[in-house]
Design a protein around this ligand. Sequence first.
Ligand code: ADP
Ligand code: ASP
Ligand code: MG
Length: 466
Amino acid sequence: MKFGGTSVMDSEAVERLIQIVGRNSSQNTVVVVSALAGVTDTLTKIARHAVKAQAGKAMNQPEAPDEKHLDMTDEAAVLTSGLEHRHLMMAEELLAGNDVLLRETTDIVKQLFAKLNEIVRVISVLEELSDMSMAKILSYGEILSSSIIYKAMLKSGLRCAFADARSMIVTDAKYLKGEPQTDIICRKVPELLDREFLNNDVVITQGFISATADGAGTTLGRGGSDYTAALIGMAANATEIQIWTDVDGVHTTDPRKVDKARSISVMSFSEAAELSFFGAKVLHPATIQPAVEKNIPVRVLNSMQPDRQGTLILRDDGVHENGVRAISFKENITVINVFSMKMLNAFGFLTRLFEVFGKYGISVDLISTSEVNVSMTVDSESSLDGIITELSQFAAVSVSREKSQVSVVGKNLKETTGLAKRIFGAVSDYNITMISQGASDINISFVVNRSDLTAVVGSLHSEFFE
Ligand code: ADP
Ligand code: ASP
Ligand code: MG
């Protein structure tokens, strides 16, 4: 059972979590928690302030090096103490009435913040923020939340053990988006769980954070707690993977974008994977893959309304309904157009092109090609300058920013006659710059101006679901 940021955002949310877990305690349960809502963002800011503030100061008013770390980056310090206060308050609210647990927890939280402050200070003195240091800083969000929730579970009487995810979820050394080493994970998870479940019904651990085989801290990338839950589910041969979040399951589109979005009761692994890959934040894009491996059903549920049905995600042949299932989008993407007369009747051109993207580790979402043109979308601005410089050496390159990508996802879309007419009829008032029908048969995607996104998604939604 994975609980996301909003499902652990305050003491009331944690009380609900404990009730939900308690209802299930006849079965062995692994509880995976995220950082409290907003904490990972704040930690990112703290790290950035820490490096920036000193760099700024060094430029404007040179000072003796030993004075620098004394007034450790004011903004970082303010944010850190705000976070400390929030976690201490939460511990107090959850553990009131049990002095021993409260004192233990308060001590843990204070120690964790003492260490975090030390790291922030070192970064600010060194004026250098490596991915490794960033991963270390980000890990505090999940360590803090899980430490407090663990104690609250003990207080409630659950037979519960605490496990450090970094001892099970092993990745390569890409610190901010580690690639899980599934062989090792499949060995370590059952080892740990078999041991802990001898005397406990529940094991609580952290989402998102991981480590290399040598023990250096890494993360699975933003939103990665879902992925942790799926990896543990796979490694433990779980009967079900439950993702508890702040909406009633996967919806026909993001309910924050379209009021009339409605919950989907059953969908297939492929549809869910495609939806998340093409932008639906409700699941981390890699979540489904470990579930497919062992054919473990994934349920997406609402921690604020635990009795609602949510969404059940099953293997593809268990889902029979054809047609459009949902609309996902990526709000801010960039289109890169590459033009070269050399492409005409030439071979090796695309290889050369994608080698450049491979070199910078940037994945391309949509591609469409003609004889002399390739258009691609990317959802990351990082490394774009380097990529453009290299591409420009053998082709003319233009870049369009402020674009959004919309994907219509469903089953057997290619066989659904008249679908393109319905999709493009619904959005005929808007300029569409690129169209790509997924080779997978379950998605049709296109690019629109970012300023048109809300209207485009609204029109499509009313065409298919209202
Ligand atoms: P958590 O903190 O629980 O991981 P997230 O914020 O990562 O929660 O994901 C839940 C959010 O995903 C919802 O609040 C919703 O706005 C967004 N979302 C985007 N697309 C969809 C969709 N198709 N169905 C449901 N939620 C969606
Ligand atoms: N706390 C992490 C994040 O905000 C992981 C997660 O919530 O899934 O990205
Ligand atoms: Mg999430």
